[in-house]
Write a protein that binds this ligand. Sequence first.
Ligand code: CA
Ligand code: CA
Length: 145
Amino acid sequence: MSKVEDFLTKAEEIEVVEAIRMAEKNTSGEIRIHLEKRTDIAPIERAMAVFHELKMDETQLRNGVIIYVAVKSKQFAIYGDKGINDKVNKDFWNITKDIMVGHFKNGANKLAIVEGINSTGEQLKKHFPFDDNDIDELSNEISKG
Ligand code: CA
Ligand code: CA
């Protein structure tokens, strides 16, 4: 998996977007995927930078989550906004990361991303339940750098 375009097939991308849509039916939180070729800095640092570039820090409840993947560097990170980190303990993301690592090791990129979305959604809904007035604040489409 060295190219961003080869990371997921078109059909898999549709499944990923659908997984985000379904996860966001249970929570007011917003999940986004960002793929790029490589990172020269720690993936969590890069994830934070992309998070701000995508204006993911502008949600009303500060409850956006980015799942960042540098495909050629074979590194990824999950970063959640202040609203989430104020409420959860530090193991919050490790559970999700561990699930994803297992699938990446098997070369199952789509499964890694979808399971990452599902796990993030499960955790988000505990702290940010869906509200009938909820709006989709951030696009569910995959962002590519
Ligand atoms: Ca929302
Ligand atoms: Ca969304």
